[in-house]
Design a protein around this ligand. Structure first.
Ligand code: CTP
Length: 131
């Protein structure tokens, strides 16, 4: 039976760490659905505005060949709802969240993947902004 993988993130200033986690997520199943954090959710999580707005981030992530569908993640509280709505079999999160989503094990498998070292949106913004 075909397996659906779901993952979440802001995916601002798209970089190689984003592509790799999406590729590794897709490799765990047949279909990859990505919840892209809304501008408001990103602001509440990271206390700064995203460089690219939610529509542009969704378009960029959705254009990647490993991504089958994208939707807007409007609240962290709705993860269980999104998992059910998209009939996900596997939830993938970066290992910066290790253990935090184990309770969704009732709904689907929960997998934490290691982050790609030495790259992040924050580091890229800081590097570009540096004098
Ligand atoms: N990610 C990753 N490797 C990285 C950076 C991010 O695997 N080097 C993963 C995260 O674990 C998450 C997804 O990519 O599952 C989206 O992460 P996001 O928070 O949008 O990117 P960051 O680069 O971590 O952003 P920031 O620096 O703003 O926290």
């Amino acid at each position: 039976m075909s397996k659906t993988v779901i993952t979440f993130g802001t995916f601002d200033v798209l970089h190689i760490g984003h592509l790799r986690i999406l590729e590794r997520s897709k490799a765990l199943g047949d279909r990859l659905v990505v919840g892209v954090s809304s501008d408001a959710l990103n602001q509440s999580k990271k206390a700064r505005d995203a460089v690219f707005d939610q529509e542009q981030r969704m378009q960029l992530v959705g254009a990647l060949k490993v991504v089958d569908d994208v939707f807007l993640e409007e609240s962290l509280e709705l993860k269980g709802h999104y998992i059910t709505e998209h009939q996900a079999d596997i939830l993938v999160m970066g290992d910066d969240w290790a253990g935090k989503f184990d309770h969704f094990g009732e709904l689907c498998s929960v997998v934490y993947l290691p982050r790609t070292p030495s790259v992040s949106t924050t580091a890229i913004i800081e590097r570009i902004a540096a004098p």
